[in-house]
Design a protein around this ligand. Structure first.
Ligand code: RIB
Length: 247
């Protein structure tokens, strides 16, 4: 999974095309969908190994993972910069994100083979779309009989060429679900994706809660209302806890 240093700028509103605005607050957080999901998964109680790559500036990322009990034996530190993001957060807690892949994009098929040699049938691999060699991970993990949970975020058209029929659970929000399925209505997103890939699908719907479909049951669950401060990584936290509940 991905590991990013998140540079978070607090703003009155998200910057518009051609506009320059000042921010009087910048926070630096550890992030990346992979790191966020690993920490949530570990906090929920699972034994979690993070695999991936960071640059020379990535020690803070390893430190925070280890503090939360995530095993980082399969994270390599390489020359160059770690992945990073520039995140704007407005007064309502909405965000927009620029992602620079950095070391996350240096993962090779050989790295995948090496890391997966330590895992076996029954283990679960949780993936997001912020690293290189994703297709190789899906193919090799499937060959080993591992369970694969895939959060195709951020969405890119080329993801649809991957062997998504090998995924055991797809986790998407409404935007990604729409992009993957070509549909807009939640039930149609779920049934279209299930019928196409025969994989269970979990669809998160913001304040409308979440829905799930695995060919038999279509379930939905409302939200627990809370005071929104910053929605960054809310989906990742949900993914980590849901994955643990599933285990
Ligand atoms: O999902 C939130 C994450 O997306 C942030 O931590 C950022 O690094 C981006 O990867």
């Amino acid at each position: 999974g991905s590991l990013n240093i998140d540079y978070v700028y607090s703003l009155d509103h998200l910057v518009l095309p051609g506009e320059t605005i000042s921010s009087n607050r910048r926070d630096i957080f550890c992030g990346g969908k992979g790191l966020n999901q690993s920490i949530a998964f570990a906090k929920a109680g699972a034994k979690v190994y993070q695999a991936g790559k960071v640059g020379q500036d990535g020690k803070l990322l390893l430190d925070v993972l280890e503090r939360h009990g995530v095993d980082c034996s399969y994270v390599q530190t390489i020359e160059g910069a770690s992945g990073h993001t520039i995140i704007q957060v407005d007064r309502k807690g909405e965000n927009s994100i620029i992602l620079y892949g950095g070391a996350n994009r240096m993962i090779t098929p050989e790295d995948v083979t090496e890391v997966l040699s330590h895992f076996t049938a029954g283990d679960v691999v949780v993936l997001q779309n912020e690293i290189s060699s994703l297709k190789e991970i899906i193919l090799q993990a499937h060959d080993k009989g591992m369970k694969i949970i895939f959060n195709p975020a951020p969405f890119e058209q080329k993801l649809l060429e991957y062997p998504l029929e090998y995924i055991d659970l797809l986790i998407v929000n409404e935007v990604e679900g729409g992009q993957c399925s070509g549909k807009t209505e939640p039930k149609e997103i779920l049934t279209t994706l299930y019928n196409r890939y025969h994989t269970a699908v979990l669809l998160t719907l913001g304040k409308e809660g979440a829905m799930y479909y695995d060919g038999d049951d279509m379930e939905s669950h409302p939200i627990y209302p809370s005071n929104v401060v910053d929605t960054t990584a809310a989906g990742d936290t949900f993914t980590g806890y849901f994955s643990n509940a599933l285990l």
